[in-house]
Design a protein around this ligand. Structure first.
Ligand code: ATP
Length: 270
């Protein structure tokens, strides 16, 4: 049903300062999404069109969803999320109908930020266009494009999509007037990892022997989501040991545990 497929939030609880290591990307999202909502006159005055849609791309767990939620929060817009995989339906016409519902809902709740996660599920380059399932996905994508073509860029609805598979996307969705602002959201560097660690340990009872700088240095390929798991796991080690303070050993044990369980093929850190 419509309610199941979409996640709606009047005020998502993410703020820009909760997002670490991607200040540049926050800035770009502000320009592309926030300014057209809060200051549309400036685009008129200068005589340029704001980007129609924003595409965030990069590895999983780097903060793409957070960015979309934060910009909705900061602009007091309704946040409406749909996963591309939800748009791939069994019945003919179902995906297109969900897309129409999505945009209808957004226009009832504007200002709104529409966030389509896993956009690749409906907008990949066709592999075998002869299968009927593929034709259905194609129709869903066409509906999405026509909805985007159908409204004023300076309106109160902004569209953000995200993907981990930029290489798979059909170029049709990247044309001007569609997802015409691309923002890469990479894994954090050492600085960023340090900041993300700081964010996720803020509310924790951390022992004096814990040096966040040196922990961050040792987290080579960790994404923001991996760093969040690390802090939670470290806390769990302290709890198992009946301590209320999380020490360096807990972080080391957590790291070992995460990297061990990451030997599976779906692992993020490799
Ligand atoms: P996916 O592609 O898997 O949907 P994503 O890029 O949208 O991932 P998010 O859902 O934004 O990732 O992040 C998942 C969780 O990981 C967040 O709720 C947050 O706790 C943590 N996280 C990820 N990136 C960051 C970051 N840059 N700063 C702080 N926390 C982060």
């Amino acid at each position: 049903s419509r309610a199941q497929a979409m996640e709606i939030s009047e005020s998502p609880d993410v703020r820009y300062e909760d997002i670490g290591g991607i200040d540049q990307q926050i800035q770009e999202v502000k320009e592309a999404v926030e300014d057209p909502l809060t200051n549309p006159e400036i685009f008129d005055a200068v005589g340029v069109e704001p980007p129609s849609g924003v595409l965030l791309y990069g590895p999983p767990g780097t903060g793409k969803t957070m960015l979309a939620k934060a910009v909705a929060n900061e602009t007091d817009a309704t946040f409406i999320k749909m996963a591309g995989s939800e748009l791939v339906q069994k019945f003919i016409g179902e995906g297109a109908r969900l897309v129409r519902d999505l945009f209808k809902l957004a226009s009832e709740r504007e200002p709104a930020v529409v966030f389509i996660d896993e956009i690749d599920a409906v907008a990949s380059r066709r592999t075998d266009s002869k299968t009927s399932g593929d034709a259905e996905v194609q129709r869903t994508m066409m509906q999405l494009l026509s909805e985007m073509d159908g409204f004023d860029d300076r309106g109160d609805i902004r569209i953000i999509a995200a993907t981990n598979r930029f290489d798979m996307l059909d170029e049709a969705i990247l044309r001007p007037g569609r997802f015409d602002r691309l923002i890469e959201v990479p894994k954090p560097g050492a600085e960023g990892r340090r900041r993300i660690l700081e964010i996720h340990t803020q509310g924790m009872n951390i022992a004096a022997d814990v040096d966040l700088d040196s922990i961050a240095d040792g987290l080579g390929e960790y994404s923001g989501a991996d760093i969040e798991s690390l802090t939670t796991e470290a806390g769990m080690f302290a709890i198992r040991d009946d301590r209320t303070e999380v020490n360096l050993q807990d972080f080391e044990s957590a790291k070992e545990k995460i990297e061990r369980s990451d030997d599976d093929p779906d692992g993020v850190i490799n």
